[in-house]
Design a binder for this molecule. Structure first.
Ligand SMILES: [Zn+2]
Length: 263
């Protein structure tokens, strides 16, 4: 095989792409996780529905440890987190595809570490929470088929399930955020804890007018339906070009062992 990818999405990416896929159940200490699996252009691809079919679990109720632990057993070259997000910046519009660079984690109700056992204290380095090497190459491959924002994108992650207030959106912008969603944390951090390369690709589905915002879920669903085909074409391109990408070395795999605190 020329590479192995795991997609975590708000739907099952492989099923949406229409590839003939098999089911693969992975058992972890946190429970079973159902993946679909396909070989696409000699790349082994797995995908999992972050919320379970039917959007059964809201983002704050997802067991991220179960998903990431299961993904780790598949020994992927990269985990790609697919999500939607809301913009509150002038230059980020509905339908834009973003490769997230940074995260401001404002979640409070989620189990966000594997290392919560006394005697196994680790302080994982997440200064760059996304694998820089993988993101750069994948973003470059994506930019060859569509224009992308060149600047850095910072995502604010909130618990939800409610949407943000106008005051919160103003604050997110003041503290350096560009977009907001409910699913990047702790997913990216847990992936780093297990030494996995993680890349986040997010589609803007709503844009707040901070003077008079009235974003609704209906707006988001409409945006997803309008942009989904184009977004999926981009993912298919990334899969088919993955084996040709020349990735620079990264330190993600060393993160767990370099985080052990002992005097
Ligand atoms: Zn990496």
């Amino acid at each position: 095989m020329a590479g192995r990818l795991v997609f975590i999405g708000g739907g099952d990416v492989l099923l949406k792409l229409g590839f003939p896929a098999q089911e693969q159940i992975v058992d972890t200490k946190y429970g079973k996780c159902r993946f679909t699996k396909a070989v696409v252009d000699s790349v082994e691809v797995f995908s999992v529905h972050r919320h379970d079919p039917g959007h059964h679990f809201a983002a704050h109720s997802v067991d991220y440890r179960r998903i990431i632990a299961a993904a780790a057993t598949l020994r992927p070259d990269c985990v790609i987190g697919i999500s939607i997000c809301g913009s509150y910046c002038d230059d980020l519009d509905v339908g834009d595809t973003l490769f997230i660079d940074q995260v401001i984690d404002l979640t409070k109700k989620r189990i966000d570490t594997f290392y919560d056992t006394p005697g196994d204290v680790r302080h994982i380095n997440v200064y760059e929470p996304i694998c820089h090497a993988k993101r750069c190459r994948m973003k470059g491959a994506a930019a060859s088929v569509r224009p992308l924002k060149e600047r850095q994108i910072t995502l604010v992650c909130i618990d939800g399930p409610r949407l943000s207030t106008r005051a919160e959106l103003n604050w997110f912008r003041q503290i350096g955020g560009d977009v907001v969603n409910m699913s990047l944390a702790p997913e990216a951090f847990l992936a780093r804890e297990l030494g996995l390369c993680y890349v986040s690709i997010s589609m803007v589905t709503d844009k707040a007018d901070l003077a008079a915002n009235d974003v609704t879920v209906k707006d988001m669903v409409t945006a997803v339906k309008r942009s989904e085909t184009s977004f999926l074409e981009l993912l298919e391109h990334l899969i088919s070009s993955f084996s040709d990408l020349d990735f620079a070395p990264c330190t993600c795999s060393r993160a767990p062992t370099e985080a052990i605190f002992s005097l």
